[in-house]
Design a protein around this ligand. Structure first.
Ligand code: SF4
Length: 618
C-alpha cells in the first residue's frame, strides 16, 4: 500500500534493543493505519493477564497513510495500549506536527515494550535511532521537557517532541502525553503507560517524503478538497470561533453538562465561558496543525495576578466545560490557568475536570470532608482548591493519590450513594456533550470501544445536521431527542469514524470536506482503489476487532450502559424531561451490528469481516 513504508520501529526497553520490522502488507490493506492497525498488532499478543502498567503491555504510536502528505487535516496520529483507567482497549489521538515528522523519518509507527532501568527517551533522526538518558529531564513538566529537548536537539531544522509530565511519571490513571505544547493525547491514560516504561519522551526529526500512489490524482483531489473546505460553513466557523463556540449553541440545546450533569441550563455561565468571551478577553490568535487549512486552536494570554497564563495554548470547549460549567466556575481566566497547569503536568482535562466535579458533589453530600481532602474545601467553584488538588493529583500527594484513580474508582471506594452520581461509561468519563440532548450520542457513548467518546464517530455532528452523508446510507434528518432509528445511524457513523481515524484525518476537517473527498484522497495516496462500500467495510472490521479485544479483556454486554445520572431527566434546559431510551437503542444496535447476548461479535459477523481468527481467544 502506498502512503506507508510498511515499517514499524520496535523498542524493547528491558534490553534497549531497537529494530525495524516489516508490517505485513495484508495488515495495512485490511486495517489501513492509526488505531485500527494498532489494534491488529495489539491483538497478536493480547493477554488479559497483562496489567495495563505491566511492562509487557505494548504501547503503540501510530500514523496513517495520509499523515505527512499535504492532504488537508492529515495531521493526526494515535497512541494505543491497554488503558490503565478502563482496563480495556485504550486509544488517544492528537494533531500537531509530530506525526508528519515521524512519517518523514520513514516510519509508520513505533511499538514500545518493557521498562527501562533508568529514565530514558527515544531519539529518531531519520534512520539514526538511539535510546538516550533522560535523568536530567525526569520530573520536568511537559513544557520544560520540550524546551530542554529542543535546546539539545532542536535548532535547524527543529525536532518534534512527544513527552509525559509528572502525572505520567507518577502513573496517574488519566495521565496525558503532550506533543509540542499545544496538542495532547488526553484520553484513557496513555501517559501512565509511557511512565510505567520509564520512557519520558520521543524526539523525532525527519526529512523524507511520503510516497503517493497517484501524485496527479492527489494534486487534483487536494485542490478540490481545499475548495470544499473554503466554501464550508464548518471550516469558517471553526477558524473564527474555535471549539469554544460549542458552549453557546450547546447551552441552548442542553448539550453542556453543568454541576456534574445535574443542572439543565445556565446562560450566565455560557456568556462567561463561551466563544465570544474567549475571543474578547483571552484570544491572541489561532494555531494550526500540520496541513490544516482551518486552524481552530486558541492561542491565549492572561495578564492576571491570580490566574496568569503566558502566551500559548488556550482551553478548548471540553476544558471550558470540564473546569467551568461542570464545577460551577465562571472565571474563564481560571479555566485557562488550570488548562495550562494540566498541560504542563500532563493530565487529561476531561477526566480531571469530571473527577473534580464528582469530588465536589461528594463533598456537598457529606461523603467527603475537608479531613479527607487534606484540608481543601471542595465546594462548587472554589478554584483555589481546584488548583491545589490538580497539583496533588499529578504528584499523587495525599488525597491526590485517591483522586488520581479517576471518578469511577473513587465512587466505588465511597459506596453506593456515590455510584449514583459517578458519570462514566466503561470507566471513562464522557466528553462534555450531554446525551439527554442527543440520544444517538448516548448510544455511541454506550458502544464506544474506548469508553464514552465523541471522536470515534461523527454522531453528534449528524444529529445536529452539520453533516449528512446520504451516500453512506444516512438519512437527512435525525431528531436529536428521539431514540428511534438511531442504532442504524450510529453503526454507519462508527464505520466512517473508524476510517477517518485509521487514515488519521481530523474530524473537523473531515466534516468540512465531506465523505467523497476523504475517500478520493485516501485512494490517491494508498492506491487501494476502494469504493465507498469497501471503505466502510474496512471501518466495520476495525470496530469489530476492537470490540473483540475488549471482550477478551473482560468487557460484556453489562458494560454497554449509560450512567444513572444521564438516565435521570433534567427539569429545565434544551433537553428538559427527555432521556435516551437505553434498552431500545441497545437492542436495535445489537441486532444491526451482530452482537450476541454476551455482547460478543457473532460467528457470522466475524466471518463477514474476515476476523474468524479472533474467536480462538474468546
Ligand atoms: S481543525 Fe483544528 S484540530 Fe483539526 S487539524 Fe485543524 S487546527 Fe488541528
Amino acid at each position: 500500500m502506498s502512503g506507508t513504508y510498511q515499517k514499524l520501529l520496535e523498542l524493547d526497553l528491558n534490553t534497549g534493543h531497537l529494530h525495524i520490522s516489516a508490517i505485513d502488507p495484508a495488515y495495512t490493506r485490511d486495517y489501513v493505519g492509526g488505531s485500527a492497525l494498532a489494534a491488529r498488532l495489539f491483538f497478536n499478543t493480547c493477554d488479559p493477564a497483562v496489567d495495563p502498567i505491566d511492562p509487557a503491555n505494548p504501547l503503540f504510536v501510530m500514523t496513517g497513510p495520509l499523515v505527512g502528505t499535504t492532504f488537508p487535516g492529515s495531521s493526526r496520529f494515535v497512541v494505543c495500549a491497554r488503558s490503565p483507567l478502563t482496563g480495556l482497549w485504550g486509544e488517544s489521538a492528537s494533531g500537531g506536527t509530530f506525526g508528519a515528522e515521524l512519517k518523514k523519518a520513514g516510519l509508520d509507527g513505533i511499538v514500545i515494550r518493557g521498562r527501562a532501568e533508568s529514565p530514558s527517551y527515544l531519539l529518531i533522526e531519520n534512520e539514526a535511532v538511539t535510546l538516550q538518558d533522560a535523568d536530567s529531564i525526569w520530573g520536568l513538566d511537559t513544557y520544560a521537557a520540550i524546551d530542554a529537548l529542543n535546546a539539545k536537539h532542536g535548532s535547524k531544522p527543529p525536532v518534534r517532541v512527544l513527552t509525559i509530565g509528572p502525572a505520567g511519571e507518577n502513573l496517574v490513571k488519566f495521565a496525558a502525553i503532550g506533543n509540542d505544547k499545544a496538542h495532547y493525547f488526553g484520553r484513557t491514560g496513555m501517559g501512565a503507560v509511557m511512565g510505567s516504561k520509564n520512557l519520558k519522551a520521543i524526539v523525532v526529526r525527519g526529512s523524507g517524503k511520503v510516497p503517493l500512489a497517484d501524485p496527479a490524482a492527489f494534486k487534483e483531489v487536494r485542490q478540490a478538497t481545499l475548495a470544499a473546505i473554503k466554501d464550508s460553513m464548518i471550516g469558517e466557523s471553526f477558524h473564527a470561533l474555535g471549539t469554544a463556540a460549542a458552549m453557546d449553541m450547546g447551552m441552548m440545546t442542553g448539550d453542556v453538562p453543568i454541576k456534574n450533569w445535574s443542572k439543565g441550563v445556565d446562560y450566565e455561565m455560557a456568556d462567561a465561558l463561551g466563544g465570544p468571551a474567549l475571543e474578547e478577553n483571552l484570544l491572541k490568535k489561532r494555531g494550526f496543525c500540520f496541513a490544516c487549512p482551518i486552524g481552530c486552536k486558541p492561542v491565549v494570554e492572561v495578564l492576571s495576578d491570580q490566574y496568569p497564563v503566558a502566551l500559548g495554548p488556550g482551553p478548548e470547549y471540553e476544558t471550558c466545560a470540564s473546569f467551568g460549567t461542570m464545577i460551577m466556575n465562571n472565571d474563564l481566566a481560571a479555566v485557562a490557568h488550570v488548562n495550562t497547569l494540566c498541560n504542563r503536568l500532563g493530565l487529561d482535562t476531561i477526566t480531571c475536570g469530571a473527577t473534580v466535579a464528582f469530588i465536589m458533589e461528594a463533598y456537598e453530600k457529606g461523603l467527603l470532608s475537608a479531613q479527607d481532602t487534606d484540608g481543601l474545601e471542595m465546594t462548587w467553584g472554589n478554584m483555589a482548591a481546584v488548583v491545589a488538588l490538580v497539583q496533588k493529583i499529578a504528584q499523587r500527594d495525599g488525597f491526590g493519590d485517591r483522586a488520581a484513580e479517576g471518578s469511577q474508582a473513587l465512587a466505588e471506594a465511597l459506596g453506593s450513594e456515590a455510584l449514583e452520581f459517578a458519570v462514566t461509561v466503561k470507566g471513562l468519563e464522557p466528553p462534555m456533550h450531554d446525551p439527554r440532548a442527543y440520544h444517538g450520542q448516548g448510544l455511541a457513548y454506550m458502544m464506544s470501544n474506548r469508553g464514552a467518546c465523541h471522536l470515534q464517530h461523527s454522531v453528534q455532528a449528524i444529529e445536529q445536521g452539520m453533516v449528512s452523508w446520504e451516500e453512506a446510507g444516512l438519512e437527512e434528518d435525525y431528531p436529536s431527542t428521539s431514540s428511534d432509528g438511531k442504532a442504524q445511524m450510529v453503526v454507519i457513523a462508527e464505520n466512517i469514524g473508524q476510517m477517518a481515524n485509521a487514515a488519521c484525518v481530523c474530524h473537523f476537517v473531515h466534516w468540512a470536506m465531506g465523505l467523497s473527498n476523504l475517500l478520493n484522497g485516501f485512494n490517491a495516496v494508498t492506491g487501494l482503489g476502494f469504493d465507498l462500500n469497501q471503505f466502510l467495510e474496512t471501518g466495520r472490521r476495525a470496530w469489530v476487532l476492537k470490540r473483540a479485544i475488549n471482550n477478551i479483556l473482560g468487557a460484556t454486554s453489562l458494560d454497554d450502559r449509560l450512567p444513572q445520572r444521564i438516565l435521570t431527566p433534567l427539569p429545565d434546559g434544551g433537553s428538559e424531561g427527555t432521556v435516551p431510551d437505553e434498552a431500545l437503542m441497545k437492542r436495535e444496535y445489537y441486532q444491526i451490528r451482530g452482537l450476541d447476548e454476551k455482547g460478543r461479535p457473532t460467528p457470522d459477523l466475524l466471518r463477514e469481516t474476515g476476523l474468524m481468527f479472533v474467536a480462538e481467544k474468546f
